[in-house]
Design a protein. Structure first.
Length: 703
């Protein structure tokens, strides 16, 4: 299916849905009932006031998402304390939450409480499989949450909660474009209908984006995303929620630059053929029933279908022999696909001062993968990779990934102002590996089965010191089994990797001061890792996963909003982190010992500060500063990136149903890198975009 066909079909569907809602639209806004307390779902899989939650959790609400008009999810997530998501271009990214900026499988990404990807098939780019246009709010739970969500919930768990259908007919359509070739169409429609079988609510949210000629060579992309949600209010005690989400991304991969090119021509790219193409479909159906005021049950069926086909820039490397470059170049093309069939069951019971939640889940995810070796040709004068040819099939295998789990959590209101929380989960994970090739050092190991079993406990308390001040502490344990790709993918032999385990303790204070004009939080944490999987660069310039002996991650996270003045509704928002990430024990070879060193790509400090002012009720102006401190880029701690500070300016004007907005991103045109790395005795940089102007216009019917 061509890109043009995908775009035209999606556009026609969105415009049709919008037109249908225009016909029935009314001027009365459709607002959901509001509560004074912030309600979060992620901490116990059910709605709970954040004041009763002994966890480092932040919520980004619908208004904050809408005001950002983000072209990249990180522009929204980086508002939260302790969160740094960098932009690798075309919605590709890495994440840092209580971890270095990393590609490791230490984050759990959820959509309405369901993991976007199954265990063992993590992708650090997985958030390009989310449709932000269909998201109402985002909850970020920092630290291990394996007691509820299983593996990978280590650095953080990010839960994207979809928009519910509106009570009255609404629709929206919007267009935006940037000075750097980015264009986007947003459209959506929603309504609730009465029938003899109960109320049916429908919402469609979609966007299509395209990036053409820009400041950067070989950087074109297109994406189409659509989310359809159906809520069926069967009765006062029974509801059904159905969600279909589809995301397609086709993106060039620009790769990184050496120091000289990064400084002199950051828009240059050595790549001409590298790309990534992703199709991700998720379908879920959740039935909720209240047996009484004290007992509720949920049953959720879900299905995933995901394919990723790529010729990645990060796989292209200089061939090394006897420690010296040979003058030739190699790469790999990869294909990965999985389907998932899952069921999650949960029941909650209330007994006076005690609430008990019990649940069980089962996930079956057949996974298929292929990897081919390619010979890459390069122009020695321009350094451009001009082409490639296939050499041999390195990997062709299937892995059936199975995950079953039981979990429970008990909340006890011990005294009036003190709540105790305890939780535990036990996971059974199995990999059934089937090698389609004749086993060898090149083509992989013989067929095998691997099993991982892990219990994940959690204990915590929250003390409501006053109605406006909460003190909490939490101890939790998390784990990560080796990834399928690490065990069976790109390496010449199958490594004997252990599961990584993490022990976390944190303590935090949430507060509202000065008649609620200052709303903030401060959290201290200490996270100890054992057998954490590290990507190690070998002398031949290839990379392989290895278990580090022990790692330590510790720091302070802060966030808050200060209402400076009622005059023009002036506000100051702050989020930040101070942290240290180090190898306590890591000796990758007999001659190398990095114990005591700081882990690479781990800035000690990063954060954002944003000033907002509304000169009129219709106009919102904001200035946002984004700071990333310096950090080491190699394990030996001999090469460093100096960090950067950038300024973003935004203006939103809303009048009745119309909205016009503009942005100047990187307003001072700072030259900086989104990520850096070190291999083959040289640094390489992923350059960030220069000053970029963006304008947009949207119209909301029935809002």
């Amino acid at each position: 299916m061509t890109t043009q066909f995908r775009l035209s079909v999606l556009t026609a569907a969105c415009l049709s849905a919008s037109y249908s809602s225009i016909i029935f639209a009314e001027a009365t806004p459709s607002e959901q009932p509001q509560t004074l307390a912030t309600i979060v779902i992620t901490a116990n899989r059910e709605g709970e006031s954040i004041n009763n939650t002994p966890a480092a959790i932040s919520k980004i609400n619908a208004q904050d998402i809408e005001d950002k008009h983000a072209t990249f999810i990180g522009q929204v997530l980086n508002q939260a304390p302790g969160v740094r998501m960098n932009d690798l271009g075309n919605e590709q990214h890495m994440m840092s939450i209580r971890q270095p900026i990393t590609t490791a499988a230490v984050y759990q990404y959820l959509e309405d409480g369901l993991s976007i990807r199954p265990v063992g098939v993590f992708n650090h780019n997985a958030l390009y499989e989310v449709n932000l246009a269909g998201i109402d709010n985002i909850e970020i739970l920092r630290g291990p949450a394996s007691s509820l969500y299983g593996s990978n919930a280590i650095g953080g768990t990010i839960n994207f909660l979809t928009k519910a259908p509106s009570l009255t007919p609404t629709a929206n359509i919007g267009l935006s474009a940037s000075s750097e070739g980015y264009r986007r169409l947003d459209a959506g429609a929603s309504n609730t209908f009465d029938s003899e079988y109960g109320e049916h609510g429908l919402r469609i949210s979609a966007y299509a984006s395209d990036r053409g000629n820009s400041w950067q060579d070989h950087a074109e992309s297109n994406k189409q995303s659509v989310t359809l949600r159906h809520d069926w209010h069967i009765s006062d005690t029974t509801q059904l929620k159905n969600i279909v989400s589809y995301n397609h991304l086709k993106a060039d991969m620009t790769g990184s630059l050496n120091t000289d090119d990064y400084n002199k021509r950051p828009g240059y790219s050595y790549q001409t053929f590298t790309y990534r193409e992703v199709d991700a479909t998720r379908i879920s159906s959740q039935l909720s029933h209240s047996w009484s005021d004290q007992q509720q049950s949920q049953a959720t069926l879900y299905y995933r279908d995901n394919t990723t086909d790529q010729n990645p820039s990060y796989s292209i490397r200089t061939d090394i022999k006897n420690g010296k470059p040979t003058g030739t170049y190699s790469g790999q093309t990869t294909y990965n696909a999985f389907q998932s069939y899952g069921l999650n069951l949960q029941h909650s019971m209330n007994f006076d001062q005690v609430k008990l939640i019990v649940g069980a889940m089962a996930d079956h995810s057949p996974n298929q993968a292929k990897t081919s070796d390619i010979e890459v040709f390069r122009d020695p004068n321009t350094l451009v990779y001009t082409g490639y040819k296939q050499r041999q099939l390195l990997r062709d295998f299937n892995v059936d990934v199975n995950n079953q789990a039981l979990y429970s959590q008990i909340n006890w209101q011990a005294v009036e102002n003190l709540k105790l929380v305890a939780g535990a989960r036990y996971d059974w994970i199995s990999y059934d590996y089937d090698n389609k090739l004749t086993p060898s050092k090149v083509t992989g190991a013989p067929d095998e089965k691997r099993n991982f079993h892990k219990a994940s406990p959690q204990l915590g308390f929250v003390w409501n010191i006053t109605p406006d001040m909460d003190l909490y502490s939490n101890w939790s344990q998390g784990f990560v089994p080796p990834e399928v790709s690490s065990l069976y993918g790109a390496n010449l032999v199958t490594p004997d990797l252990k599961e990584a385990t993490f022990n976390n303790i944190d303590a935090g204070l949430r507060f509202k001061l000065f008649d609620d004009r200052l709303d903030g939080e401060i959290t201290l944490y200490r996270l100890n890792g054992k057998d954490e999987v590290i990507s190690y660069t070998k002398p031949d310039n290839t990379r392989e996963p290895r278990n580090a002996g022990k790692t330590l991650h510790q720091g302070v996270e802060i966030g808050g909003t200060w209402k400076i003045s009622d005059l023009y509704d002036q506000r100051l928002k702050l989020s930040g982190s101070w942290s240290k990430h180090e190898y306590k024990e890591f000796q990758p070879s007999s001659v190398l010992d990095y114990s005591g060193n700081t882990m690479p790509s781990a800035p000690k400090t990063f954060g954002t500060v944003e000033y907002q002012i509304k000169p009129t009720p219709e106009l919102l102006l904001s200035a946002e500063g984004v700071y990333v401190g310096s950090y080491w880029i190699n394990d030996a701690n001999t090469e460093k990136y100096d960090g950067h500070t950038i300024l973003n300016l935004r203006a939103n004007y809303r009048k009745a149903a119309y909205e016009i907005y503009g942005q100047i991103l990187n307003a001072t045109d700072v030259h900086y890198a989104e990520s850096t790395s070190f291999s083959n005795n040289q640094a390489s940089y992923t350059p960030a975009a220069p000053r970029t102007y963006l304008v947009g216009l949207s119209y909301h019917f029935g809002k």
